[in-house]
Design a protein. Structure first.
Length: 95
């Protein structure tokens, strides 16, 4: 069985996402495919800015310029969760 087939049919898969939204963008279709078949997929994000006070000046400026406000990490985590849920919902709707 090819590796791609194993990923699509394994009972559980762990996706390591370097940053928020990387999993949704890079393997969102695979996550959606698995979700349609009732297969478990867990996404772990490595660099998610868990402590906003420790973000670099450049990161804080970027978040400000993007209009994410002072709680940018929470906003980005919510966006990531919504994107992953959307992948599954679109697949269920045939999109």
């Amino acid at each position: 069985m090819a590796c791609s087939e194993q990923i699509l049919t394994a009972s559980r898969v762990l996706v390591i996402s370097p940053h928020l939204d990387d999993a949704a963008i890079s393997v969102g279709a695979t996550i959606a495919h698995r979700s349609l078949r009732g297969l478990a997929t867990e996404v772990v994000t490595v660099f998610a800015g868990a402590n906003p006070a420790r973000l670099s000046r450049a990161a804080r400026a970027f978040h400000r310029d993007c209009g994410l406000g002072t709680n940018a990490v929470a906003v980005r985590k919510k966006e990531d969760a919504e994107a992953l849920a959307l992948d599954a919902a679109l697949a269920a709707a045939g999109g």
